[in-house]
Design a protein around this ligand. Sequence first.
Ligand code: UFG
Length: 328
Amino acid sequence: MMNIFVSGGAGYVGSHCVRRLVAGGHRVTVYDNLCAGHRESVPEGVAFVCADLADRDQLSKTLGEGFDAVMHFAAFLDVGESVKAPLKYYQNNVSNTIGLLETMRDCDVKRMVFSSTCATYGIPAEVPITEQQNQAPINPYGHTKLAMEWALADCAKAWGLGSCALRYFNAAGAAKDGSIGEDHDPEIHLIPVVLQVALEQRQHVSIFGKDYPTPDGTCVRDYIHVEDLADAHLLAIENIHPGVFDAFNVGTGIGTSVRQLIEAAREVTGHEIPATDAPRRLGDPPTLLADPTKIKSQLGWRPKYTDISAILETAWEWHRKHPTGYTR
Ligand code: UFG
């Protein structure tokens, strides 16, 4: 049993991981300023501190209570916004992470699982992407995440931090029981947008670009179920070695194009889901596909969801039960 501090534990990926950690027998404290997270997503019985990572007094006080490990989810994640407001991203994703690392060092907490992203690879030279591939992000969001991977590797050498960066591909789906799921405001991600069309909250989905060098001309992504991501976090935190930084791709290795995804959503929801062609979105790589060999062989991770329709079914269950999200 570990005592685990979870920053951003009320967010989309964080909340699913908190449940997994609790189910795995660990004690969890969620630290979240609720700027994007939802108090309702934190299970009863889990300690909750509503505070900002920039509040160093509160952070020191909480971390000083004695933790074995940190899972660090709290971050901004909108790629387009990061292009327009880079300093907002550097402030939260870099400065606040450095503050967290300093506080961990001061409180002698030497294990961290860090939410990284396939956006650190930029436009990959080859797909599927292995961890050895060059990391060359093409937007500020990706820069902030890569900078923090470097910081973790440096802290491993300097003061023995053991850490693991999980490079998520496209997090998708919701808890199987439909109780927690994705609720961003504004919503920018393809799956929730498509399902909002099925709920008739939007008139259509825009397909951002149809002239990419992919089989049907639309972008291909590797959608990874959020509960499979949660399994990866549990395995990662239980396998961290002091003084070692390691990084793993977390994806299925299976690609789904925007058009294929919309088609699958039509079948799952029974709704026609009107789609219109729109210009490319800035900073979208044509294809992002994980090679998950390393996490499979080193941590024994296996995704339970490899079929996009099964992933969509869980997301649809959440959106149908919570058509306006948690509280709105
Ligand atoms: N898309 C549309 N229409 C929409 C929304 C999205 O066509 O209304 C397309 C996008 O252009 C992209 C694909 O659907 O090709 C998936 O888009 P998402 O916004 O759902 O996800 P991204 O691939 O852009 O983003 C994800 C994570 C980011 C991460 C990024 C890495 O959410 O945090 O992968 O590229 F940085």
